[in-house]
Design a protein around this ligand. Sequence first.
Ligand SMILES: Nc1nc2c(ncn2[C@@H]2O[C@H](COP(=O)(O)OP(=O)(O)OP(=O)(O)O)[C@@H](O)[C@H]2O)c(=O)[nH]1
Ligand SMILES: [Mg+2]
Length: 687
Amino acid sequence: MAANGNNGTRATGPRAVALVGPFQSGKTTLLEAILSRTGVIQRQGTVEGGNTVGDASKEARHHRMSVELSVATTTFMGDSYTFLDCPGSVEFVHDMRAELPAIDAAIVVCEMDEKKVPQLQLILRELEDQKIPRILFVNKIDKADAGVHDVLKLLQPASRTKLVLRQIPTFSGDLISGFVDLALERAFVYKEHAPSQVVPLEGELADREKTARFSMLETLADHDDELMEQLLEDIQPPRDKVFDDLTRELREGLVCPVLMGTAIRANGVLRLMKALRHESPGIADTAKRLGVKANGGDSVAYVLKTLNTTHGGKMSVARVLAGQAGDGITFLSSDGDEAGRVAGVFKLVGQNSEKRGPAAVGEVVALAKLDKAKTGDTLTAGKAPHAQVAKVEPYAPVLAIAISAKERKDDVKLGQALHKMAEEDPSITIVHNPETHEVVLWGQGEMHLRVATERLSDRFGVAIERRQPTVGYRETIRKSITQRGRHKKQSGGHGQFGDVVLEIKPLPRGSGFQFEEQITGGVVPRNYIPSVEEGVIDALKHGPLGFPVVDLHVALIDGSYHTVDSSDMAFRTAGRIGIVEGLPQCQPVLLEPIHLVEIVCPSEATAKINALMSGRRGQILGFDTREGWDGWDVVRAKMPEAEVGDLIVEIRSATAGAGTFTFKFDHMAELTGRTADQIVAARRAAE
Ligand SMILES: Nc1nc2c(ncn2[C@@H]2O[C@H](COP(=O)(O)OP(=O)(O)OP(=O)(O)O)[C@@H](O)[C@H]2O)c(=O)[nH]1
Ligand SMILES: [Mg+2]
C-alpha cells in the first residue's frame, strides 16, 4: 500500500461502482471475477454456463445477456463495495441511466473493437454529462494481438475527456501475457484466477515502459504545472506525486485512466480493485456532486431501482447519501408525499437478499415496503422534503406492441402487472387506445418488449397474446353530394319517422368534422336537430373503407317530420342513414398518418440510413452533422406511420446498435393505389 503513497487522500466509506459499457463487453463476467477475487463466491461462473451472479434472472439466463440492473455488495481490503452491473444493450439503458447519479465512479468495460466504439461513445457521453468519474477497462485482452498498442487511437474518439493509458501489455510470442503498470513502474505476468506475478522490468520492455510512461505524465501535466516543469527539466516526478495526480484528475473528471485485463480469467482485476480503492472518489465527493443537504444529520437516500419480488413484495434499491437507513424509518419523497416506512433492510448479491441491520452512509441496500417510492426518488427522513438530487427522464419509446391477456379472466391481473412493470421500468409506457380498445406497450426495442412480456408471464403469472398495434388510418371524401336519409317504420302501434336531407362536402386536411343546420320553416323541429348530428357522428366512426371519417362538412338542409311517429331516436337513425348511403358516392379515400422522423446515427451509416428511409416510403428532408457530436449525423424525413412501426429494428442493425430516432405526428396524407387497396382489404378481412 505504501507504494501508492496517497493514503492521505484515499476516500473512505462504502463505495458504489457501476459496471457499464457496450453490449457483451464482459461486465457481468468482470463482476463475477471481482466477486470471486473478493471471496463472495467460491468459483467464478460464466455467462455461457448460466451460473453468474449478475445474470441470474430467468430472462437474463434465457437470453444470455443482462436485461436489468444487478446489484452485488462485497468487501475488499476492509472496505465495502457495491457493484452495479448494468445491461449493455441500448434497449435496457434506462436501468443504467437511473442508477448513475448514485455512484462514486464507473468502470467502463470495453473491447478493442471498432464496431463498438459508437456505443462506447454513447455511454461515455452519459457519464460525462452526469459528471461521473470513470475508468476504462479494456477487456478481452486475451483475444487482442499486437494491435493493442493502438488502444488510445481506437478509443480516444469515443471520449471527450483525455484518456490516460495506465498499463501497457507485455507479450509472449503473439499472445498477451501480462502488463506493465506505468504508475507503479512494475511488470506483471497474468496468472489464471490468481493474482498476477511481479517480474523484472528490464531490457526492451523497460524502454517501452519509459516512452509510455512519459506520454501518461504528459497528459497528467496538462492539469499540473509543476509536473509540466519537471518534465521539461527532465526531472523524474516522485511516484507519490504521480498517484496524487492520477487520483485528483480522475475525481475531477479531467482524465479517464485506461486499464486492461481478461475478465474470464480474472486477469487485471486486482489492479482494477486497487485503482478503485486508492483513486476513486467516495460518498463524501458524491454527496457533494449531488448537492445533498442533510439538515441535522437527517437521512437522505436515492432510489436507483425498484423491484417487485415474488416473495418479498416491493423493494427499493437505494444508496444512503446521508445519515442512515434502518427498519421503521419513514421516508418522504421530494414532492413531499410519504414514500413509506422501511420494513426490512437487505444486502443484495444478485438475486440473493440477506436481511441486515441499518445501512450506513454510502451503502447500497434494498429497502422493503416503501410502497410509494419510485426509481429516481430522493428520499429523506427529515421533516421537509429534500430536493431531487437528480432527474433522469427515460428516452421516448421507439417500438410498440398491442397486448392482451390470453384469458379474459386475467384482465384485471394484467392491469396490475402492467402498473408494477412500468413502475420498475419507466422506459416502458402503457397506452390504452380508446378507439381500438387496444392496450399498447411502448418500449425501447424488440428485446425490451420481449423481456417485458416474458416477465408478465414468468413473474406476474399472466399469459399474453401480442399483436401489431393498429395504425391510425382515417378516411375522407373528395366529392360533395346531397343525400336524403329517411327512416320510416310501421310496426303496429307507434311508428318511427325521421327524414333529413344532408349536404356532404370535403374540407381541407386537418379540419376535422363540422356540422351545420340550415333548417328553415321548422321542417325538422329544433329539438330533433342534435339527434340528427348524433346519428351523423355515429356513422362517421366507420366509413365505407372501414375507418373513421374526417375532414368533412355536413349540413342539414331539409327534411320532414311526423307529429306522432317522430322521435330523437328516429332522427338519429335518419342522420346515420344519410351518411351511410351518402359517403360511398363521395369518392372516399384513405388517409394515413405521416410522422416527422429524426434519426441520429454515426456518419459512416448515414448513406445506409438514407437508403433505408427511401425504401420505406420516406421522404428525406435533409441531413446535417449532429450538433456537439463529432462523427454523427442527423437525418430528417417524413414517413408513414405504418413504416415507422419497426423502423428502430433496421436503424439499429444499420448502426451496430448506436443509432436511434424520435418521431412526432405531422399530418394525414391521402393514400391510393395498391398499398391502399391492401390496407382496406386487410381491414375488411379483420372485421
Ligand atoms: N475472450 C474473452 N471473452 C470474454 C471475456 N469476458 C467476457 N467474455 C465473453 O463475452 C461474452 C459477454 O460477456 P458478458 O459478461 O455477458 O458481457 P456483458 O457486458 O455483461 O454483456 P451484456 O450485459 O449483455 O451487455 C460472454 O460470452 C463472455 O464469456 C474475456 O475477458 N475474454
Ligand atoms: Mg451483463
